[in-house]
Design a protein around this ligand. Sequence first.
Ligand code: ADP
Ligand code: MG
Length: 329
Amino acid sequence: MAEFDLLALIHELGGNQRSDVLLGIGDDAAVLRITEGMDLVTCVDTLVAGVHFLPATPAWDLGWKSLAVNLSDLAAMGARPNWAQLALTLPNSEPAFVRDFMQGFLALAQREGVALVGGDTTCGGLAISVTAYGLIPPGQALQRDGAQPGDHILVCGVLGEAAGGLACLQAGGRSTEWSEVVLAKPRQERLVQRLQHPEPMLAAGLLLRGRASACIDVSDGLLSDLGHLCTASGVAAELWLDSLPHSEDLCALFNAEQVLDFILAGGDDYALCCTVPEALLVAVQDDLAKREIETHAIGRVVAGRGINVFDSTGHTFQPRRRGYEHFRT
Ligand code: ADP
Ligand code: MG
């Protein structure tokens, strides 16, 4: 299929418009009308084959995930997402791949009211870059740098299951056979679903606005991302092993050491980790519970630097690794 036809296909599938999209796909650039008095929040995230996903990942899943990881960043800012741009680098112009990819992308985009307003299509090794845009009332963006000693540390969402899903796929032998690995095995299948179909915690982000002192989305592992929050805020953290959410599926499939490693350092969770002042804790937890958002208070912010993890006897626990880093030598 020629580039022009691929673009026509994307245009045809992605033609869901919002009234604030004055000009979408098809011109040299998109024109968006921003609600007066709102702040624009934007982020970009790239997924590269073999780095961020196994090369055999189904196209639909890639479409969903490439948008979901960006909406997770907007959720961590407390923003509501409105628009997205999609830069696709494809090894060939296979229309079936693009069609499936777009269906996954648009399933999430349409559910969340996000319009695809443009992008770029190039030939090369498979990589997907999505830019997302959202709005937030002035000055209300949740930043990483506001945590104060005494604040509680909350996690909204699930930890470690996506890393468990990846381990299931890798243990299943060649990744091209993963449908055989996961089918008819409900626990494995649920974990792989977590890896492939992350749910951006948008509702949690909105509830945390104006109440959390700091927030970050957990994409590279809890210790790594909470570490970024602590560094930005100039504080330290104490975590309690017993308070961390222990997934039943993980505990059934992996030994205790592996489970802790996935929870503390596994990637691709897309949970939110935030800090909440003591005075607001109960109200915030109640509101999250009312929306049926899984929430766990996992520790406290303290003065100092770094993160200490304590076991049930009060002893310091030494994690096996701390998270994923690109360019690690
Ligand atoms: P130009 O050469 O002017 O940059 P392109 O040929 O790259 O224009 O793109 C034509 C139109 O198609 C633009 O509106 C662009 O935003 C849109 N577009 C290209 N690739 C994608 C894509 N992968 N997803 C969504 N829109 C796309
Ligand atoms: Mg272009």
